[in-house]
Design a protein around this ligand. Structure first.
Ligand code: MIC
Ligand code: SF4
Length: 643
């Protein structure tokens, strides 16, 4: 039987388990990346493991999230990460060099390799045929130390692309169409593999937009084949030698198939407050808008920016609209400056931002009250923009640029004939903002620089015999990590200080949660389905850990967050009978007797609602390794025990 591309790369990296769908497998990781908002913790964890030098083929530390620096905290973190990287064998991408995923694709990604990153949009690398997966910081730390990375052996979904995109219909519209069909939980436990005749019509940056935003499906990752188009891209980056051809076997068997005729797609928008709440621009056309933001790891490539410049040329941004543009990397910004496109944008009235995440993570450019903001980003969760009642729509750069001029939702197809914009034969390559590590023999000469805001991570304890605790919070479906541990300009500087950041834990849902949880001492959280969707931030597990949360009981979990809970030693459990969710209220007392023994004995464990006087069953479907981690109180304790 033929293999999918996903299966080929995974089996070439398999070090534990068997390629049986649904079972746990361990894979070897070739490359890692971190960004600064998750990186400080990840490197503290790496240091705690005591491994002197990274054992991967390539590890890179990026600074791109916390670049507002409204206090000393961010700059201290940058210095810490820079010095740790230099010492332990990690390449350091300095602030200003760009967004991790964009830069990694340009400068480091290699077809057929495995990459994990402490950021959920790491699947961007799938655009050049990598198996690139978002993970928690602790998993990345372990992989840097040469440890195995574990995932559930995924089902593989084939998205068969036919036809060709019509003028002004974009890669963003492809992924929005996939989200419309599959929803934000449709990808859980799956890898989305793109195949078909339509693939060759898409450039690498377009493919990367699609794999990047595949994160919003909840998928393990997404991947395109590595073909002539990939080769041309790598050649233009001066890295042709890393190219290899990669494709699925002709008789590969897929678990599901989705057919998309590119020729039939139209410009789309994800409406507030979910990436799968998709409507056509035609339906929204004419509605007034307040803000447009172009950039983020989804849509900030040179190709995207050139299309935007083409649309803005000789025009002025509508008087009622604020337009912000953040090119994705120094390479992109530099090339725009040299070819005149930057001048066109400035001339039209765009507010040019540095090459970083910026408004995507609420680092500035929050819209006005109830403001309608069109963004080329990948997430529009409530409050993420920094304005609680902001109305965020996710659109293509083409739709964003034309709407910035008209002041209303505008279908970019009204622009008429296509613009002839293609990738350059040569990108401007200058890696002067990437600092290599010192050689191993000089590592002792590097001093690691720690600022006063960098506090040790909370220590977790081995699993208690019985968890007997009250429900400190009950929440509904699709709770994101932006609910659990919000980001934004005010809170992000606290990422290296868990006691302080935990004051904001769940503040979006219930401002009293922090105090209540501390008062209870230990507690349990009750959630709905797809709990923990969105980012990879392990702070969404570490802050609850610090606040005494011992178990989280839900209808279902998102992949990365569930792994982060186990890594933190918090027990994630799901209802066998979803109706039991309705029978539990906040402050009810829940008892999980002999929990360790119950987990060891089987997949189903018994729980008691002491307050209401009934028993109910929970799913505890853990691999042996996950069980060991839970007994030990998390990944770090487990790793130390096994060292
Ligand atoms: C995001 O887009 O939500 C982030 C900010 O990039 C996160 C990482 C973080 O919270 O630091 C992600 O996607 O993993
Ligand atoms: Fe940065 Fe936004 Fe991409 Fe997250 S989604 S890595 S915040 S640009």
């Amino acid at each position: 039987m033929g293999m999918t591309l996903t299966e080929k790369i995974l089996s070439a990296h398999l070090v534990e388990g068997e390629m049986v769908k649904g079972s746990e497998i361990g894979i070897r990781i070739d490359q890692t990346l971190t960004q600064d908002a998750t990186g400080t913790m990840a490197y503290l964890e790496f240091e705690a493991m005591g491994v002197p030098r990274v054992k991967t083929e390539r590890s890179v530390a990026y600074i791109d999230h916390n670049t507002l620096q409204s206090g000393f905290e961010n700059a201290d973190d940058h210095r810490f990460i820079g010095s740790v990287a230099k010492k332990h064998g990690i390449y350091f991408s300095r602030p200003g060099n760009g967004i991790c995923h964009q830069v990694h694709l340009e400068r480091f990604g290699i077809p057929g390799k495995t990459l994990i990153g402490s950021d959920s949009h790491t699947p961007t690398g799938g655009g050049i045929g990598m198996i690139a997966i978002g993970a928690g910081g602790m998993d990345v730390a372990v992989a840097m130390g040469g440890g195995t990375y574990y995932i559930t052996c995924p089902k593989v979904v084939k998205v068969n692309l036919t036809g060709k995109l019509q003028p002004w219909v974009a890669a963003k519209d492809v992924i929005l169409e996939v989200l419309k069909r599959l929803s934000v939980k449709g990808g859980v436990g799956k890898v989305i593999e793109y195949t078909g005749e339509g693939v060759k019509t898409l450039s690498v940056p377009e493919r990367a937009t699609i794999t990047n935003m595949g994160a919003e499906l909840g998928a393990t990752t997404s991947i395109f084949p590595s073909d002539e188009v990939t080769k041309e891209f790598l050649k233009a980056q001066g890295r042709e030698e890393v190219w290899t051809e990669l494709k699925p076997d002709a008789d590969a068997v897929y678990d599901e198939t989705v057919e998309i005729n590119l020729s039939e797609l139209v410009p789309l928008a994800a409406c507030p407050h979910s990436p799968d709440n998709v409507k056509s621009i035609e339906e929204l056309a004419g509605q007034k808008i307040d803000q447009v933001c172009i950039g983020s790891c989804t849509n900030s490539s040179l190709l995207d920016m050139m299309k935007v410049a083409y649309i803005l040329k000789g025009k002025t941004v509508h008087p009622d609209v604020s337009l912000a543009i953040a090119p994705g990397s120094k390479q992109v910004l530099n090339m725009l400056a040299n070819n005149g496109a930057l001048a066109i944008m400035i001339d039209a009235g765009a507010r040019i931002l540095e090459s970083a995440c910026g408004p995507c993570i609420g680092m500035g450019q929050s819209p006005n009250s109830k403001g309608i903001s069109l963004r080329t980003f990948n997430r529009n969760f409530e409050g993420r923009s920094g304005t609680k009642d902001g109305q965020i729509y996710l659109v293509s750069p083409e739709t964003a640029a034309i709407s910035a001029l008209t002041g209303v939702f505008t279908d970019p197809r009204t622009l008429g004939a296509a613009a002839n914009i293609t990738l350059p034969e040569k990108f401007t390559v200058n890696d002067n903002m990437i600092v290599p590590p010192v050689p191993a023999e000089e590592m002792d000469s590097v001093e690691v620089l720690r600022g006063p805001n960098i506090k040790p991570f909370p220590v977790s304890e081995p699993l208690a015999e019985t968890i007997d605790a009250k429900v400190s919070l009950k929440v509904g479906d699709n709770i994101t990590t932006d609910h659990i541990m919000p980001a934004g300009a005010k809170i992000l500087p606290l990422r290296s200080n868990i006691p302080k950041i935990s004051e904001y834990c769940f503040a979006v849902c219930d401002e009293k949660f922090h105090d209540r949880a501390l008062e209870m001492g230990k507690s349990v959280i009750i959630g709905g389905s797809n709990y923990g969707q969105g980012s990879s931030r392990e702070h969404a597990a570490l802050a609850p850990l610090y606040l005494g949360v011992k178990a989280v009981i839900t209808k279902s979990f998102a992949r990365i967050h569930m792994a982060n809970l186990i890594n933190a030693g918090i027990v994630p459990l799901t209802f066998i009978n979803e109706a039991d969710y309705d029978r539990i209220d906040q402050t009810d007392e829940i008892k999980l007797e002999n929990i360790g023994r119950q987990i060891a004995a089987g997949n189903v464990i018994k729980a008691t609602n002491v307050t209401k006087g009934f028993d109910f069953e929970l799913n505890a479907d853990f691999s042996d390794r996950q069980k060991e981690m839970l007994y030990a109180g998390g990944l770090l304790n487990y790793t130390k025990q096994n060292a």
